[in-house]
Design a protein around this ligand. Structure first.
Ligand SMILES: CC(C)(COP(=O)(O)OP(=O)(O)OC[C@H]1O[C@@H](n2cnc3c(N)ncnc32)[C@H](O)[C@@H]1OP(=O)(O)O)[C@@H](O)C(=O)NCCC(=O)NCCS
Length: 144
């Protein structure tokens, strides 16, 4: 298993991972997804198993923070350390760029992801009401 930078050849595999793993109310349209991957202010890492993408993380830079746009791991590969590898790659990259924090919004009902972020050291700093249709978003930060 290896973590590599995103390249456009991965796009279709990543879109499939996205639609099969993300909670329904967190789904982007394919156009938005494609658009996100082509923005220069974004940083994406991809996890490959035998040269095939099994997960990705994407974030955008806002001065001294990277806001995580999305992280998803293919179902068969979940809870095997892929998410940890991906987030650690982003942490290392952000530290090298002297960025001070990572931040994100997560659906209050997505307990798997909330557990994951807490294990990585993120703390809940705020709640954004009805951010996802009927559900609130937890705003979480990791200070580097
Ligand atoms: C959230 C997600 C990215 C985590 O990636 P992962 O590769 O499965 O996570 P890891 O194997 O690195 O697990 C690290 C920790 O996360 C938590 N975790 C992972 N899977 C979990 C599960 N099924 N239930 C509860 N906690 C879980 C645990 O704390 C775990 O530590 P442990 O192994 O000591 O129990 C992955 O589950 C996923 O793709 N979910 C669907 C997409 C999604 O909801 N993305 C977040 C949107 S904000």
């Amino acid at each position: 298993m290896e973590i590599v930078d995103y390249n456009p050849n991965f796009l279709e595999d990543l879109w499939q991972i996205h639609i099969l793993t993300m909670p329904e109310n967190d789904l982007m349209t394919k156009n938005n997804f494609v658009d996100e991957f082509s923005q220069p202010t974004r940083k994406y890492f991809v996890c490959l198993q035998d040269n095939v993408p099994v997960g990705y993380i994407g974030a955008f830079n806002m001065i001294d923070d990277y806001n995580i746009i999305g992280i998803a791991v293919k179902k068969d590969f979940q809870h095997k350390g892929v998410g940890t590898k991906l987030i650690n790659s982003l942490i290392d990259f952000a530290k090298k760029e002297n960025v001070k924090s990572l931040s994100l919004e997560v659906d209050e009902t997505n307990l798997k992801a909330i557990n994951f972020y807490k294990k990585m050291g993120f703390v809940v700093t705020n709640i954004r009401k009805k951010y996802y249709k009927n559900n609130d978003a937890l705003i979480m930060w990791l200070y580097l």
